[in-house]
Design a protein around this ligand. Structure first.
Ligand SMILES: Cc1cc2nc3c(=O)[nH]c(=O)nc-3n(C[C@H](O)[C@H](O)[C@H](O)COP(=O)(O)OP(=O)(O)OC[C@H]3O[C@@H](n4cnc5c(N)ncnc54)[C@H](O)[C@@H]3O)c2cc1C
Length: 459
C-alpha cells in the first residue's frame, strides 16, 4: 500500500494526496453525519489525466476506490469502508467551467464543479441550469450524475438524466472515454452516456459533462398553501398541471410536522398561515416573457378554495418572500437531522396513488410502533416521497437501528404492492460500503445500486 501511496504522491504532488487522519477528517462522513468510514488515503486529482493515472495505479495494486463528490448523497454511498483499505478519489479540484454556448444552450464542465457555481455561470449568460436542490451549495455535477439527482424542478425539466447531453468518464482500467457530445439531436446509435446516470460510481468516474441549459425565467410566483389531506394535494396537483401548463416548476408536499421542524431549526421563521393545517403545498410557476403568472396562479387557487382543496394560502409578493417560503423546505431537513438517528427513505409510487400509499404506510408503521414519528414529504411531480421515521424517544440508542430496520421491511413490503421503487435507506444499511475480498473484479467498493429496492424491472 505504501508503494501505491508513494507513487500517487509523486504523480499528484503533496496537495493531491492526503494521508494524515486529520487532513482526511472531512472525507469520512457525509451530510447526514451518522456514518463514518476510514480511507486508505484521499486522492485529489486536478485533471482527467490524473484521475486516469490514479485509477490505473489502483487497478495495478488491486486497491478499491470510492469516487467522492460533495458528500451530500445522504445514503453513505460516497463513504469508504471503515477498514481503511479503500482509496477515496475526490473530484473537488476539478472545478473548471470548460465552455458555455448560450446559443446552443449547452455548457461543458468538470465533474467536480459545485452545482451552485454551474447555475451561477449559466445565469451570467442569461441561461438557467434547472437542477435545483437543497444541497446545491455543496454537491457536485459528478455526484448529481452518479445519483441521477432530481430536486425541485423535475416536474418541468426532468431528472439529471434529461439534463446531460454528453460525458467524459475514466473507465475501470484507467482509459478515458470521451463522449462529450454537444448535439441536442444525436442518433448515432446507443445512448451509452445514459448508462452512467444513476450508476453511483460503479461503472467509472465521471470527469466531465455537457449539460443542457434553458432560457433563464425572468419571472416566477411562489405560494404556500394549507390543505386538508394528501388526496386534496393530489387533486390540486392534477388541476395545476393542466391550468399552469408547462409553467409549473415545483409542487412540494409538506406535512405540518415538517414546518414545525423547520421553525425549530431556523427560529427566525414564523408560521406562514394564520392557523395550522395537516398538509401544505409549496408550489412555484416560472416563465420567460409576457405571461401573466399572477392571474394564472390566483385563478388556480380560487378554484382550489371553491372545491375545498385549499383551506388557506400565502402568495409571495417579492423574491425575498419567496425565498422565505423556500427556507421552510430547506430548514426542515436540518430539523430532522438534529433528531439524530432516523430512517430516511427515498420512495417513488405512481402519483395518483400517493394518498393511498401514505395512508396505508402510516397505518402499517403505527401498528408496529405506535410511539414513532412519521415524517412524509416529497416532490409530488415525480411521485417522490421521503417516508422518514423518527424512532420512539424512549428507545435506547443501541436498539434504534434494529427497530427502524424492522419498520423499513414493513414499508418496503407495502411499497412492492404499489409497484414502487426506492433508493437504499440509511438507518438499515450499516455501513453501505462493504470491504471486498482480494482479487475481486468489482470496480468500486460502493455499489448501493446493488441494494436498491425496486419492485419492477428497470428498463
Ligand atoms: C439538503 C439536501 C437536499 C437534497 N435534495 C435532493 C433532492 O431534492 N433530490 C435528489 O435527487 N437528491 C437530493 N439530495 C441528495 C442528492 O443525491 C445529492 O445532494 C447529490 O446529487 C449528490 O451529489 P454529491 O456531489 O454530494 O455526491 P456524493 O454524495 O459525494 O456521492 C454520491 C454518489 O455518487 C458517487 N460519485 C460522486 N461523484 C462521482 C463522480 N464524479 N463519478 C462517479 N461517481 C461519483 C459516489 O461514489 C456516491 O456513490 C439532497 C441532499 C441534501 C443533503
Amino acid at each position: 500500500m505504501s508503494e501505491l501511496l508513494d507513487t500517487l504522491t509523486k504523480r499528484l504532488g503533496e496537495r493531491g494526496v492526503l494521508r494524515d487522519p486529520a487532513d482526511m477528517a472531512r472525507y469520512v462522513s457525509d451530510w447526514a453525519g451518522d456514518r463514518l468510514g476510514m480511507p486508505l488515503a484521499v486522492a485529489r486529482p486536478a485533471s482527467t489525466h490524473e484521475v486516469a493515472e490514479v485509477v490505473a495505479l489502483c487497478r495495478r495494486h488491486g486497491t478499491h476506490m470510492v469516487p467522492q463528490g460533495g458528500h451530500t448523497g445522504l445514503v453513505a454511498g460516497a463513504l469508504p469502508a471503515a477498514d481503511g483499505g479503500e482509496l477515496v478519489i475526490s473530484l473537488e479540484r476539478m472545478n473548471r467551467i470548460r465552455a458555455i454556448d448560450p446559443i446552443s444552450f449547452t455548457m461543458t464542465v468538470d465533474a467536480g464543479c459545485i452545482l451552485e457555481e454551474v447555475k451561477r455561470a449559466a445565469a451570467e449568460h442569461d441561461c438557467d441550469f434547472p437542477l435545483s436542490l437543497g444541497a446545491q451549495g455543496s454537491c457536485q455535477i459528478g455526484g448529481n450524475i452518479a445519483t441521477n439527482a432530481g430536486g425541485l424542478n423535475v416536474l418541468r425539466h426532468g431528472m439529471m438524466r434529461q439534463l446531460v447531453l454528453g460525458l467524459e468518464v475514466v473507465l475501470p482500467d484507467g482509459r478515458i472515454w470521451n463522449a462529450l457530445n454537444v448535439l441536442h439531436k444525436d442518433n448515432r446509435g446507443y445512448a451509452l452516456p445514459q448508462l452512467m446516470l444513476g450508476s453511483e460510481g460503479t461503472l467509472g468516474i465521471v470527469t466531465g459533462a455537457v449539460l443542457k441549459l434553458c432560457p433563464r425565467p425572468d419571472q416566477s410566483r411562489t405560494a404556500l398553501l394549507g390543505l386538508p389531506s394528501v388526496a386534496a394535494v393530489i387533486e390540486l396537483y392534477a388541476r395545476a398541471r393542466r391550468d399552469c401548463s408547462d409553467l409549473l416548476t415545483a409542487f412540494e408536499l409538506i406535512p405540518r410536522r415538517c414546518l414545525e421542524l423547520a421553525m425549530e431549526a431556523s427560529p427566525e421563521l414564523r408560521d406562514p398561515l394564520d392557523a395550522p393545517y395537516p398538509w401544505y403545498v409549496l408550489m412555484e410557476v416560472a416563465a420567460t416573457g409576457p405571461v401573466d403568472l399572477g392571474t394564472m396562479l390566483e385563478s388556480l387557487l380560487e378554484h382550489g378554495m371553491e372545491k375545498g382543496l385549499v383551506l388557506d394560502g400565502a402568495l409571495a409578493a417579492s423574491d425575498a418572500q419567496s425565498q422565505t417560503l423556500w427556507q421552510f423546505r430547506e430548514s426542515m431537513l436540518e430539523g430532522q437531522r438534529r433528531r439524530g438517528e432516523h430512517l430516511r427513505t427515498d420512495i417513488a409510487v405512481p402519483i395518483s396513488r400517493l394518498p393511498e400509499f401514505v395512508e396505508r404506510a402510516s397505518q402499517a408503521i403505527m401498528e408496529a410502533s405506535p410511539e414513532c414519528e412519521i415524517i412524509a414529504y416529497g416532490h409530488v411531480g415525480d411521485g417522490n416521497l421521503h417516508f422518514n421515521i423518527l424512532p420512539p424517544t424512549t428507545l435506547p440508542d443501541g436498539a434504534k437501528r434494529e427497530h427502524l430496520h424492522a419498520l423499513e421491511k414493513r414499508l418496503f413490503a407495502l411499497l412492492d404492492t404499489f409497484g414502487g421503487s426506492s433508493a437504499p435507506s440509511t438507518a438499515s444499511v450499516a455501513p453501505s460500503v462493504t470491504p471486498i475480498s482480494p482479487g475481486s473484479r468489482r470496480w468500486s467498493a460502493n455499489s448501493p445500486k446493488a441494494s436498491r429496492h425496486c419492485s419492477t424491472p428497470r428498463a
